[in-house]
Design a protein around this ligand. Structure first.
Ligand code: ADP
Ligand code: 5GP
Length: 200
């Protein structure tokens, strides 16, 4: 987990959940948040998906076989888990708990199924759903990222409307932000986090 300097705090850290369709800009937003929030850490998820260009094992994800993922899931090692376009994803519980106990904020970039599980298990988490400005921008961003092609790209785009509807209907996301201009979105998310931390 990359980490900023530790805050001097006796209080438990906040869990921050960022969800949204593939290509909406979650990773871009989380990267900016990590640079700006003192003591914040990124939760490194486990996944069975193949590595793609730019992925660094142990930094972007822990890359596991299906068998290893299933074994760790059965052992209760994940806070939440989901299947997304044919691959498993899960949030390892232990490092997250350790960071929260140290008073650090932990950022989870997870899909809507995972976000709903976290809402049920950790209701005091801060949950934000990122929307693209429109369907064309989403397609352009995902195509422009050049990390998926063919069936993977089609399946991710086809899921977007359903994910947005699920997020809205579930009531698990108190905050929806439209990621039009990245810098503005990051400021909006930072303002949400500050407001929620003050409430706590
Ligand atoms: P996600 O993590 O939600 O799949 P990414 O953060 O990888 O999305 O963003 C998808 C692509 O869109 C990336 O190439 C990223 O640089 C670009 N992008 C992110 N936010 C914006 C924005 N506000 N305007 C234009 N391009 C963006
Ligand atoms: P990608 O393959 O593009 O990295 O991620 C695909 C989707 O899986 C994204 O919506 C991403 O947020 C989500 N995801 C990544 N890690 C996790 C996780 O640990 N749990 C869940 N539920 N979703 C995750």
């Amino acid at each position: 987990m990359p980490t900023n300097p530790m805050p001097r705090s006796e209080t438990r850290g906040k869990l921050i959940v960022i969800s949204g369709p593939s290509g909406a800009g979650k990773t871009s937003i989380c990267t900016a948040l990590l640079a700006d929030l003192p003591g914040a850490v990124w939760s490194v998820s486990a996944t069975t998906r193949p590595m793609r260009p730019g992925d660094v094992p142990g930094v972007s994800y822990e890359f596991l076989t299906r068998e290893e993922f299933a074994r760790r899931e059965a052992a209760g090692e994940f806070l939440e888990s989901a299947e997304y376009v044919g691959h498993r994803y899960g949030t390892p519980r232990a490092p997250l708990e350790q960071a929260l106990r140290r008073g650090q904020s932990v950022i989870l970039e997870i899909d809507v199924q995972g976000g709903m599980q976290v809402a049920a298990r950790m209701p005091d988490s801060i949950r934000v759903f990122v929307l693209p400005p429109d369907a064309e921008s989403l397609r352009a961003r995902l195509e422009g990222r050049k990390t998926e092609a063919g069936e993977q790209l089609t399946r991710r785009l086809a899921k977007a409307d359903g994910e947005i509807a699920t997020a809205r209907d579930s009531g698990c996301y108190p905050y929806f932000v439209v990621n039009d201009v990245l810098e503005t979105t990051v400021e909006q998310v930072k303002a949400i986090i500050t407001r929620e931390q003050q409430k706590a």
